[in-house]
Design a protein around this ligand. Structure first.
Ligand code: ADP
Length: 289
């Protein structure tokens, strides 16, 4: 059972619900922009909230939007928006459009012509939808039936790189997500719930790796399985492991790995070393430029 920070849950729940209510004289922004450092749980917690609220999310990634093969990105945005609208009208279910890492695509205003053109198209399309959420047409066809409003949730690192009119208050509600020390503790506690660490141990772990993002801790947990996977490969044979795991109905169970605090700290230190290598190589690259 993963933990959702209450602030996060409340913000998202209110934004979604507000867009489905007809409040007199209230103009709810269609877009909610969640920004902040990478790996702190923006996308992950959105998914947790969607599950909790039984919201169907239609996804769109920045990668898709800037891919030269994807065709017209503005058409893609409109298409997915209408898909979400369809779920609302046909199934009477809550649906949202979710765009992850929007500043990875739409934010790169100056890195090459293809990106720039796509960027402008995506920005313009989102602004257009935000201003006319019940009338979103696909090129080449016209539907006179008004659509339900589909809340749009975007996540990103730095909205300073986005087109300013899109981020304007009437169009986008903003939420800066940075877990405080209590959120961090609860989230990490949730990640290690199945592993039998007690509260003081979780506190020690979080304190030891102060300044690390949430995804450091989930990666740490995953890395603990590596030793057993290696043992399994050695047992099976490096040349036969493919037959065992690819397209095989066989289930593999592993004995519970060693989740003792000292072991976690030791593995975590190794990950920190790897981060430092990357930092150093970056510095070298910058120096040689
Ligand atoms: P962001 O969108 O802020 O860049 P993500 O949502 O991708 O970050 O989170 C990174 C990783 O951290 C996730 O893949 C997940 O493994 C872990 N994580 C984040 N939030 C939680 C949470 N509330 N509970 C458990 N794991 C989480």
């Amino acid at each position: 059972t993963y933990y959702i920070a209450p602030r996060f849950l409340n913000k998202l729940a209110v934004h979604i619900t507000k867009n489905f209510l007809d409040l007199p004289g209230i103009n709810a922004p269609l877009l909610l922009g969640i920004h902040g450092h990478k790996g702190e749980g923006k996308s992950f917690q959105c998914e947790l909230v969607f599950q909790r609220m039984k919201v169907q999310a239609i996804h769109l990634s920045a990668g898709e939007l800037e891919s030269p093969d994807a065709g017209d990105p503005s058409r893609l945005v409109r298409f997915r928006y209408r898909e979400a609208a369809d779920i609302i009208t046909k199934h009477g279910k809550l649906a949202v459009l979710m765009i992850n890492d929007i500043d990875a695509g739409a934010g790169r205003v100056d890195s090459g012509t293809q990106y720039t053109v796509n960027t402008q198209l995506v920005n313009a399309t989102l602004m257009n939808i935000a201003d006319n959420p019940t009338n979103v047409q696909l090129p080449g066809s016209y539907d006179s039936e008004p659509l339900p409003r589909v809340p749009i949730i975007v996540t990103g690192n730095d909205f300073g790189t986005l087109y300013a009119p899109l981020v304007r208050d009437g169009r986008m509600d903003k939420f800066y997500w940075e877990p405080n020390s209590e959120d961090r503790l609860e989230i990490v506690n949730g990640i290690f719930t199945p592993d039998g660490l007690n509260r003081p141990q979780i506190e020690q772990l979080v304190a030891h790796f102060e300044g690390q993002s949430i995804d450091f801790f989930s990666a740490l947990r995953a890395s603990i399985y590596d030793e057993q996977i290696l043992a399994f490969i050695e047992q099976t044979g490096f040349d036969k492991i493919g037959l065992k795991v690819a397209n095989s109905a066989e289930k593999h169970s592993f004995v519970k790995p060693n989740f003792r605090l000292e072991h976690l700290i030791e593995k975590g230190e190794e990950m920190v070393k790897e981060q430092q290598h990357i930092q150093e190589l970056r510095l070298v690259a910058a120096y040689n430029r």
